[in-house]
Design a protein. Structure first.
Length: 257
């Protein structure tokens, strides 16, 4: 590995400060946060502003925000992303951690399409495949994706839809579905118990793009013989962690509270 260039490292440190807070900083704030000499900070800010990586805020003299060049770089990075490929890599990492089947799915109309899948390492596993389409209301990933829709869009998709069940436990009533989606929004996690497969339960978490929009969902599926309340809590946390990791790959930055 080659030697790191101190000046470049400091410049990147400055840029990364703008990922937090309200996205604006003054030279004294940068100096304090990075513990650098004032002269060095001034030179770094001047250089980054000259190259359009930072811009000064007109009505707030002495304060900076990210410039158009950072947006251009981010957009070019996003253009090169492949959700399915990125999802497959993250799904593999999650599956290696828990040993269960992991899916990544997207919403198409009122169905979900699985775009990535990694099988369980156990002898008893799910029979599914990337590319398979299922009714969204019967799956944890689908409920997560439906719950993320704006209310008007959700209404349009459900208008006139017959909620056909896949198992005796599937939701087939619109009122029940809407109540379930409200619970998903509150928890931030979707759960499915034997609704698409009588022998399987699943938990799912939302995957967001750089704008914060939910574009996919990541789920962990477990045969009922290995399902317990304790296991559900463990896998819900793991699904959320995996979904957050995939969101990060898509350019989403989780704001600090």
């Amino acid at each position: 590995m080659g030697r790191l260039v101190p000046a470049v490292t400091r410049a990147l440190d400055v840029l990364e400060l703008f990922l937090h807070g309200d996205g604006t900083l003054s030279a004294p704030e940068v100096t304090r946060k990075l513990q650098l000499p004032r002269t060095t900070v001034h030179e770094l800010l001047t250089t980054l502003a000259a190259r359009s990586y930072l811009v000064t805020i007109p009505d707030q003299p002495g304060r900076y925000r990210l410039g158009v060049r950072t947006y251009q770089l981010g957009s070019r990075y996003a253009e090169q992303l492949d959700l399915a490929a990125e999802g497959q890599q993250v799904a593999r990492q999650v599956a290696e951690t828990c040993g269960e089947t992991v899916h990544v799915a997207i919403l198409e109309g009122t169905d979900v399409i699985y775009i990535a899948k990694v099988d369980s390492t156990h002898a008893v596993r799910m029979v599914s495949a990337a590319g398979r389409k299922l009714p969204a209301h019967c799956t944890s990933v689908g409920k997560m994706l439906l719950a993320a829709l704006p209310e008007r869009e959700l209404d349009a998709r459900l208008d006139g839809l017959e909620l056909t069940g896949m198992t005796p436990d599937s939701i087939t009533d619109e009122g029940t579905l809407r109540a379930a989606l409200a619970s998903v929004r509150e928890r931030g996690i979707a759960v499915e118990h034997r609704e698409s497969n009588p022998d399987v339960s699943c938990v799912a978490a939302p995957v967001r793009d750089r704008s914060g929009r939910v574009v996919a969902a990541l789920s962990v599926s477990v045969p009922m013989i290995r399902w317990t309340e304790e296991r559900e809590a463990e896998l819900a946390a793991l699904a959320a962690e995996g979904a957050q990791a995939l969101s990060g790959r898509l350019g989403h930055h989780r704001r600090e509270k």
